[in-house]
Ligand binder design. Sequence first.
Ligand SMILES: [Fe+2]
Ligand SMILES: [Fe+2]
Length: 506
Amino acid sequence: MLDAVRQKQLIVQPQALELLSTLDNFEKIIEKLVEKNEFIVTREKIDEVISDISLKEKSAQVIVRHETGYRPLAKEFDSSVVEDATSDVTDKSTCKGKVGDFIEYFKDRLARGANIYKRRQSAHPMIPLSKLDSYGGKMVRVVGMVYEKKQSKNGHVIVELEDGESLVTCIAMKDSKAWEAASDLVYDEVIAFDGLKSRDLFVIKEVVVADVAFRQKKRSEEDVSVAFVSDLHIGSKFFLKDHFTKFLEFLNGKGSEKQREQASKIKYLLVAGDVVDGIGIYPSQEKELLTKDIFTQYEMFEEFMKSIPEYIDVIVCPGNHDAVRLAEPRPKLLPVFTKELGKFKNFHFVGSPALVKIHGFSTLMYHGDSIYSTVGAMSKLNGAISQPDRAAVEWLKKRHLSPIYGDNPIVPENKDYLLIDEAPDIFHFGHVHHNAQRDYRGTMIVNAGCWQDTTDYQLKQGYVPTQAILPIYDLHLGTLSLIDFKQDNSVVQAVGGEKSGVGKNE
Ligand SMILES: [Fe+2]
Ligand SMILES: [Fe+2]
C-alpha cells in the first residue's frame, strides 16, 4: 500500500494512512483520489471516495437483463443515425470573445435569417432598407433584425429595424392588422415587414413571420418507434432511481402485454440533457447531492445506461447541469465522462443544439435553456413553462432556438448554431421538467419531462413537474403514446390516431 502511495506522490495524513491500510480496495481508492486531484489525503477525503465507490456499485446492481423469450421487432431492422456535423458546435468553437466575433455572429444570423424569406414568394419587391426612399408610397417587403421595440403613448408598436447597413423606424398602428404580431416581436429577431415608407416612418401593414411550412407528417415504412427522456439528474438525492429502473426493465421486455408491444418497436432513444445533477449549479445544491464527485455522477449514469439493449441507438445531448460550458451552443460531453458508453456503437453524443437524421427523420435536439427568456418576453406565452410545447411553436415560428441574444448566455461563434435553417420532423427538448407534445405543421414537438422528484426549490416556487413519463413516437403510424412509470404504468395515446386524447387504453 505504501508503495502505491509513494508512486502517486500523495501526502497522506497519519489517520488516513491507518484507515487506508485496513481497506482491501486501497488501490481503487488511491486511483480515485488521483482522478479527483486530491494529493493531500485526509480521513474525510477517503470516506468521501468510499461512499462514491459504493454509490457506483449500487447503480450497477440495477443492471437489468433481457426478459427471456422476448423478441423485439426493432431488432429486425437496421438502425440509421446520421449526425449533421454542420449543426453542432462540437470541435468547431472559434470564439475568442473579440468584437469581430460578435460582428461575424450577427452577420451570419441576419444573412441566414433573411435567406429564409428570400426563398419565399412575395407579392411585393423585397428591398434593402437603404432603398426605401426610392420606393416611397409603394408596398414593399423589408427584412431586418429587431434592434429596439417599444410602445408609443398612443399604443402603437414602434420597431427599430436594422439590416446591417441601415436602421429604420417602423410603426404598427394600434387597431391595425399588424399590431398584434408586432407586439409579439422580441429583440434580435430577424423578421420581414410588408408595408410602405411614409415620411420618416415605415408603416407596417403585415408582419411576415418566418415560420415553418405545412408539411405532410413523415412516416417510416418500418414499424419502429423513438422514445424520449431528459433531465434525469443522476447524482441528485431526488433522482427517481426506482422509476428509471422500471423504465430500463421495460426496454428489456418486462411489463404488461401492451407495454411489451410498445417496447418491442423502440429502435431509438433520445436524451435531451441534464443527465446528471452536476455540482455548483445553484446555491446550496450540495445538500441535495448523493455525491459531490462529477466523475462518480457520470459513472452512475453509465451504469444505468449500459442496460439499454444494444439494438437501440441512443443519442445524448448535454444540458445546463452537465459538465460542459454553460453558454450555448453547447458541445457534446467530453470522452472523460463517457469512458464506457463512448466505446459502444449504439451510443451517440452530440452537442446542444444538434440535428441528427434518425431512420430518415430529421431530428432537432436541444436542451431548452432559452425557454425562460422566450416565455418572459412574450405575453401570449403566459403559463407556457408548464406547457412548453407552446414555447417550442414560437421557436419554430421565429426559426430560432434562443431569439433574444444575451438573456441566457450565448457564445458568439462565427455561425449561429441556434438558428433553425430547415423545419425538423422531430423536435426534442427538455429543461423545464414538464412533459408536453404537439404536432405542429408536420413537426412532432416533444418535451419528455423529467426523472427527478420535486426539489425543495421547485416546492418553494410552487412548480409541479411531470415525472417518469415516457413519450414514444411511432414512426410508422405517426402517433405518440405516453407511459406513466410513476402512476400506474398505463399506456396513453396522446397525439395522432383515432384514440388521441381519449385517455388510458392499456
Ligand atoms: Fe433539468
Ligand atoms: Fe436544464
